[in-house]
Design a protein around this ligand. Structure first.
Ligand code: SF4
Length: 285
């Protein structure tokens, strides 16, 4: 019991410290938590609720859960999201690819190199549009320290240095319609998130997405975990290198509005409309 209390104190203090250091949450803001039902988003919700209970200023929390349409997988996540939102007394908005795009991920993923491409693009679009519509000031995501390192290495391996501007615990508002992101678990290792969920017997969705092993992220995650096991400290070294890069002036992306749907985009047509057009080409007739 002592160990559990000590651990909870440690993990919540580190998250609170990050929120304070980077002023991730400010007075009277509305924070939308992207709640998949997995361990990271569930900890993000509980941590923000605990922060709200002890903060000496008011802010609002709301959760948004998106069902992508992955059979025998996503509904369990949505159930955990709904249950934890109830436990934390936070209202939850349920969205789905079916309702918003009239597709299920299971039906359209073969048209893409990886299911994660349409999945990520539609999910980000739905989360952002929903958060914008309800007047949220920020979207809190469950990105932990391991996710951040993986994203960093993915951008390196793709030569996509513009993405470096997306690293860090808080992203600036770069377009009126793009709700900025905060990452309260930015410096929390994945192993700690797992431990928190296990020792507190939290209702989380544990299963792996059936498409996850096909992604570049999964390969980099596997490589990092293997390297860390053989050379402890590797993840910390990557993170420290990354923090040094963060001190370099950020590369700013100027955003336009998509010529088709009006959503923010760095090009003329947004990724969501590109994906919609690929699906439409493949489902003609
Ligand atoms: Fe979507 Fe890929 Fe994540 Fe599965 S692993 S939920 S397909 S982004």
């Amino acid at each position: 019991m002592f160990q559990k209390e000590e651990f909870n104190k440690m993990i919540f203090s580190r998250i609170n410290q990050l929120i304070d250091d980077y002023k991730l949450v400010k007075e009277n803001e509305k924070i939308a938590v992207a709640l998949s039902g997995g361990k990271d988003s569930i900890l993000t919700l509980h941590a923000l609720k605990a922060y709200q209970n002890q903060a000496n200023f008011d802010f609002e929390l709301v959760a948004i859960s998106v069902n992508e349409g992955i059979a025998n997988y996503r509904q369990q996540g949505v159930n955990s999201a709904v249950n934890n939102a109830r436990i934390c007394d936070v209202p939850i908005i349920l969205k789905s690819f079916k309702e918003e795009e009239n597709i299920e991920l299971d039906d359209i993923y073969p048209y893409f190199k990886s299911a994660c491409i349409p999945c990520g693009v539609f999910r980000r679009n739905i989360l952002n549009k929903t958060a914008y519509e309800i007047g949220a000031d920020k979207i809190a995501t469950g990105h932990n320290l391991d996710d951040e390192i993986q994203s960093f290495l993915m951008s390196f391996s793709r030569g996509d240095t513009v993405k470096f501007s997306k690293f860090g615990p808080e992203l600036d508002r770069i377009h009126e319609k793009l709700v900025p992101r905060i990452k309260p678990l930015w410096n929390t290792p994945e192993a700690d998130v797992k431990k928190w969920a296990v020792i507190n017997n939290i209702d989380i969705h544990i299963a792996e997405c059936p498409y996850s092993n096909l992604s570049l992220r999964a390969k980099i995650k596997h490589f990092l975990n293997e390297t860390e096991a053989k050379h402890p400290g590797t993840k910390e070294n990557v993170m420290n290198s990354f923090k040094e890069i963060l001190d370099v002036p950020q590369i700013r992306t100027v955003l336009n509005e998509c010529e088709i749907c009006g959503e923010p985009t760095s090009g003329k047509i947004c990724k969501t409309c590109e994906i919609r057009s690929i699906i439409s080409e493949n489902t003609k007739n």
